[in-house]
Design a binder for this molecule. Structure first.
Ligand SMILES: Cc1cc2nc3c(=O)[nH]c(=O)nc-3n(C[C@H](O)[C@H](O)[C@H](O)COP(=O)(O)OP(=O)(O)OC[C@H]3O[C@@H](n4cnc5c(N)ncnc54)[C@H](O)[C@@H]3O)c2cc1C
Length: 304
């Protein structure tokens, strides 16, 4: 294959060739990345982007891959997984985390410093970068309420600081989605509180999550956004689709808004099941179920 050998150019960075992304995604599905890099700091991320731009390699950024379906044909060019860029610091009432830091760990740092406001995210299994990108939220809270600023790398390779007004947060939306920026760090503004009470709230939310969500099986969280005036899970249940199996994928019997991988599912199984659900709900209720999960990569060239 005629391709710049980025792995040779950066011997100090872990870079794998033709690496199946199924090894990293929460659904345990997805085809290979031509190159899969694990930068450990901002400078490495910046250098990799500059090199890829120079060589005209497409670049895809992935966090914890908990809201992602990678098609079975995989991703051409360079994929960067940022989870090794994961420092978390805290001063005053703020917590600053690198993009690859676990959101759950970041909420634990806030709790340890008796800072309140981040409890809602105690069980969201994403990275900080993915959470800002998605404006992740749960139990009445969302990232927009705590995000103060973020350092981003623009597609042209410049580092910029985004302030609160520039995020353009909406329901599962931020300006990062519109400009293809890479989040490098994010700073969250919190409020002094009581460490034990914060922990108690986090424990309660996590218990509620474990009771309702199929955390014991691979999934990608809520597949669909909540349509106005409806509950996705209820629509799917009422259409008789809960428990439906499609290849190795199944509409979760515990929470109909989730699709779980029960038997070596492929991304194609997931995508066909998603399309089937959308078609049935449209036919029955004239409601369009828009995907919340991000779907990237290429179709497979041959079908199984
Ligand atoms: C069991 C389970 C429960 C979940 N519960 C919730 C919930 O309660 N609330 C909720 O909101 N979500 C939930 N999710 C979904 C998911 O955890 C969140 O959307 C999370 O914010 C995604 O972060 P990530 O790092 O995994 O992103 P990824 O899946 O890796 O990526 C998602 C998108 O963000 C982009 N991205 C990732 N990192 C960066 C970066 N540094 N810069 C720019 N773009 C980036 C990717 O390109 C991709 O388009 C759940 C998922 C699972 C599996």
């Amino acid at each position: 294959m005629m391709m710049a050998d980025i792995a040779t150019a950066f011997p100090a960075i872990e870079i794998l060739r033709d690496e199946p992304l199924a090894h990293y995604t929460y659904t345990e599905t997805g085809g290979p990345a031509d190159y899969l890099a694990f930068p450990t700091n901002i400078q490495e991320t910046k250098s990799l982007l500059a090199y890829a731009n120079e060589e005209k390699l497409p670049v895809t950024v992935v966090g914890n891959a908990s809201n992602l379906i990678v098609r079975d044909g995989g991703i051409r060019g360079l994929v960067m997984i940022l989870t090794k860029m994961n420092q978390i610091t805290s001063t005053g009432n703020t917590v600053t985390a690198e993009a690859g830091a676990s959101l759950i760990k970041t909420t634990q740092v806030a709790q340890a410093r008796a800072l309140t406001g981040f409890e809602f995210a105690a069980g969201i299994p994403g990275s900080v970068g993915g959470a800002v990108f998605m404006n992740a939220g749960a139990y009445g809270g969302e990232i927009s309420e705590v995000a103060l600023s973020a350092e981003v790398l623009t597609p042209a390779g410049e580092i910029r600081t985004l302030t609160k007004t520039e995020f353009d947060f909406g329901y599962r939306h931020s300006s990062i989605q519109d400009y293809d920026d890479i989040v490098l760090t994010a700073t969250f503004a919190l409020t002094p509180g009581d460490g034990e009470a914060i922990q108690a709230t986090m424990d309660d939310l996590n218990a509620r999550r474990a009771a309702k969500q199929p955390l014991e099986l691979p999934s990608c969280g809520s597949v669909f956004k909540r349509p106005e005036g409806h509950y996705t899970g209820q629509l799917i249940q009422e259409a008789g689709l809960q428990g439906l199996k499609w290849g190795g994928a199944q509409v979760s019997t515990k929470h109909a808004g989730f699709i779980v991988n029960i038997d070596h599912a492929t991304a194609t199984d997931y995508l066909e099941l998603i399309h089937h659900i959308q078609a049935v709900i449209w036919e029955k209720d004239q409601v369009h179920l828009e995907t919340e999960v991000r779907i990237i990569g290429e179709e497979p060239t041959t079908t199984a």
